[in-house]
Design a protein around this ligand. Structure first.
Ligand code: NAD
Length: 331
């Protein structure tokens, strides 16, 4: 995983792979740019650095960008919009609606409709490629089915969104909605990576049956599978954080980088159109592209998974009680 001469000079060849997002006509890069860090969600970011990181990503073939009004309470959309000014047509742009704060949700047709107009202004464009209901488990599922998604379809008919989807953590709720009403895409997070793989058994069969595009987010388990570790707000218990640290130490001893091993594992899932990685620096863009081009031995993956095994497939509670997945205990 040595940096090439090209990378040292800040340039990366365009060797990206693209996959069709379900039955949409969107061809998205396997490495997706998660823009939540632009909202200072993980730590304070330098706006100039993140602007350059976005440009480096586009220049290197990353075309899929995901954001939400929730990230940094509109800051991430503002910064992404600024960075994409003049480059909008080069990217597939996804944003969301329904979540506006830690405990602030509104999935009403009226709010969803206003929300898209506000996002378009911040993103400096007149349409998004993908408009997603954000963290649907915090809403009333019947409202999402009967009111939110029909309102999003009307926005699609008006040309303000090319396709629509849902996002969230509990697979049960995502499946329930997808079985009740057509959606173009489903985004889930922390359900398929070196720590956990229940997306495969619970979500993939339903997505396959309905031709729904799958977006996998948080291949680094929202920072746990990195040397630095995750911020305090991370919902996983201490044991999960500690296992991530042990895996990072092991990888360092082997002369490899845990995030690169973790991401390569996700990119290899061909049923997933794009794996979203949260990025805000040139360094991370370069490293994650390097991960895309790298190969990791199955033995190494197996050794890392053995380290993580005592905490793997741990699921935390998210959303309204009736929408949560059963949580798995660590004992
Ligand atoms: P992630 O697992 O991608 O981890 C991001 C963290 O890892 C950040 O702190 C980032 O700085 C760091 N990082 C990235 N590359 C690294 C590298 N090579 N080495 C070390 N550290 C590295 O988690 P995420 O950002 O939460 O998820 C990715 C994206 O997916 C988000 O930005 C968002 O766009 C999307 N997402 C959506 C939802 C939802 O819709 N409900 C939930 C989670 C994530």
């Amino acid at each position: 995983m040595n940096q090439s001469h090209e990378e040292e000079n800040g340039q990366l060849g365009n060797q990206m792979e693209y996959r069709r997002l379900g039955q949409t006509d969107l061809e998205v890069s396997v490495v997706g740019f998660g823009a939540s860090p632009l909202g200072d969600v993980f730590r304070r970011t330098d706006p100039l650095e993140s602007h350059i990181a976005v440009h480096r990503a586009i220049d290197s073939g990353i075309n899929f960008f995901d954001v939400s009004p929730y990230y940094g309470l509109t800051l991430a959309e503002e910064r992404l919009g600024e960075a994409l000014d003049g480059r909008r047509t080069e990217v597939v742009l996804a944003t969301k609606c329904g979540r506006y704060g830690l405990d602030e949700f509104d999935f009403s047709a009226r709010r969803v409709t206003e929300s898209l107009d506000e996002s378009l202004t911040r993103l400096r464009t007149d349409y998004v490629d993908l408009f997603q209901a954000h963290d649907v488990e915090f809403g009333n599922v019947q409202q999402v089915i009967e009111e939110t998604i029909p309102a999003m379809r009307r926005l699609q008919e008006q040309g303000k969104a090319r396709f629509i989807g849902i996002t969230g953590y509990p697979l049960k709720t995502l499946v329930q909605i997808a079985e009740a009403i057509p959606v173009d895409t489903i985004l889930t997070y922390c359900r398929y990576n070196l720590m956990i793989n229940d997306m495969d058994t619970i979500l993939m069969p339903v997505a396959h049956k309905h031709g729904i595009g799958v977006i996998n987010a948080s291949g680094l388990h929202m920072g746990i599978l990195t040397d630095r570790g995750a911020p305090d707000w991370h919902p996983a218990p201490r044991e999960v954080h500690d296992a991530g640290k042990r895996a990072a130490v092991f990888c360092r001893q082997q002369g490899v980088d845990l995030p690169q091993v973790a991401l390569r594992y996700c990119f290899d899932h061909t049923g997933v159109a794009s794996t979203l990685v949260g990025m805000s620096t040139r360094n991370h863009v370069s490293k994650n592209l390097e991960a895309f081009r790298s190969r990791v031995s199955p033995e190494l993956v197996s050794q890392v998974r053995t380290i993580l095994a005592p905490v793997s497939n741990y699921v935390w509670a998210s959303g309204r009680p009736e929408n949560r997945d059963s949580t798995y205990s660590l004992s």
